[in-house]
Design a protein around this ligand. Structure first.
Ligand code: PLP
Length: 326
């Protein structure tokens, strides 16, 4: 399996222009004050599914041949890859089955069902859902769509970064949250071609460090998967994004769930933006390391906004110990 090229990304951008408008990118003085940097928020939470993943789902499904479209697709996900596939499947009339770990975020589960996909709950984590999805796909003759070991998914997701560098060409760094690594790998591919001066920095949750540790080890490793932050909750690295990250990623950092929740609150309060935990992780990484980002121009990708009602209530009620800049 070969990584997509920048030509594949530009092809995906032409395709997606018919389906998704560009997402906005804005700078907020309150965040600049908190970070001591010039911070740009790329609002992928404004996608129709509430997350950047839809770019990948539409790209992959649009490229399936007619027979594969008739047989349908199976995905496993904590919710946003799921919504992406369900959305694209509805668009192209493709049968779609999604396996989510048990007790999923109800906002994500309901959205998948409303998009017309079949939802199966299986296992405690993403890592249990994966082999079950594989067996379902085999049994039913459907195409299993990995969250990240898919060149078309990475090419589709990469269009967010082609857009970002057109909107803000002079960035010093972009910080990307990681679960499987499709988004960070995509950012690396596009930065190399369009913004070589821009560092790509990845961030994962300290309680689920598999992608981070895989990158540091130089090989795919498994790790405990305990974060409550859905999009970042993977227990194993994914081979294709890891291969791209190994070549091009500037750094990979970890933040804890509390730092993510504090950044989520800050986005809600100062940016009037509803981010789910994963969507706030990039900002959390910037706020956690002020020396590194001081005086620099840095983009944080608010990758998604599909927080559950319980998560929102917890977020608003937390007694934050993190200093809040005025
Ligand atoms: C909102 C959100 N942000 C970030 C991620 C991580 O993206 P990736 O799996 O491409 O690393 C996900 C993954 O599902 C997500 O849903």
């Amino acid at each position: 399996m070969e990584p997509p090229t920048i030509a594949d990304v530009l092809d995906a951008q032409r395709l997606l222009a018919a389906h998704l408008p560009p997402t906005p990118i804005w700078n907020y003085p309150a965040l600049d004050a908190a970070a001591g940097a010039t911070v740009f928020v790329k609002h992928e939470n404004t996608q129709p599914t509430g997350a950047f993943k839809v770019r990948g789902g539409i790209t992959l499904l649009s490229r399936l041949d007619p027979a594969a479209r008739r047989r349908g697709v199976v995905g496993y996900s904590t919710g946003n890859h799921a919504q992406s596939l369900a959305y694209a499947a509805r668009l192209f009339g493709v049968p779609c089955t999604i396996v989510m770990p048990e007790h999923p975020n109800p906002a994500k589960a309901d959205a998948v069902r409303r998009l017309g996909a079949e939802l199966v709950e299986y296992g405690a984590t993403f890592d249990d859902a994966a082999p079950y999805a594989r067996s379902l796909a085999d049994e039913r003759g459907m195409r299993l769509v990995s969250a990240a070991d898919e060149p078309d998914i990475i090419a589709g997701v990469a269009t967010a970064y082609a857009e970002l560098f057109a909107q803000q060409p002079y960035l010093d760094a972009v910080v990307v949250p990681v679960g499987s690594g499709s988004g960070a790998a995509a950012a690396c591919l596009v930065a190399a071609a369009l913004a070589p001066q821009c560092e790509v920095i990845a961030v994962q949750a300290a309680d689920s460090p598999a992608a981070h540790d895989s990158w540091r080890a130089g090989e795919v490793v498994r790790r405990p998967n305990r974060t409550a932050v859905e999009g970042l909750a993977t227990g194993s690295g994914f081979a294709l994004p890891q291969r791209i990250l190994r070549e091009r990623l500037a750094d990979f950092v970890l933040v804890d769930d509390d730092e993510i929740a504090a950044a989520q609150w800050r986005l809600l309060r100062d940016v009037h933006t509803l981010a789910e935990g994963a969507g706030a992780a990039a900002l959390a990484a910037v706020l956690a390391d002020p020396d590194r980002f001081a005086g620099r121009r840095v983009a944080v990708v608010c990758t998604g906004g599909n927080a559950s009602e319980a998560e929102l209530r917890r977020c608003a009620e937390r007694p934050y110990t993190v200093a809040v800049a005025q």
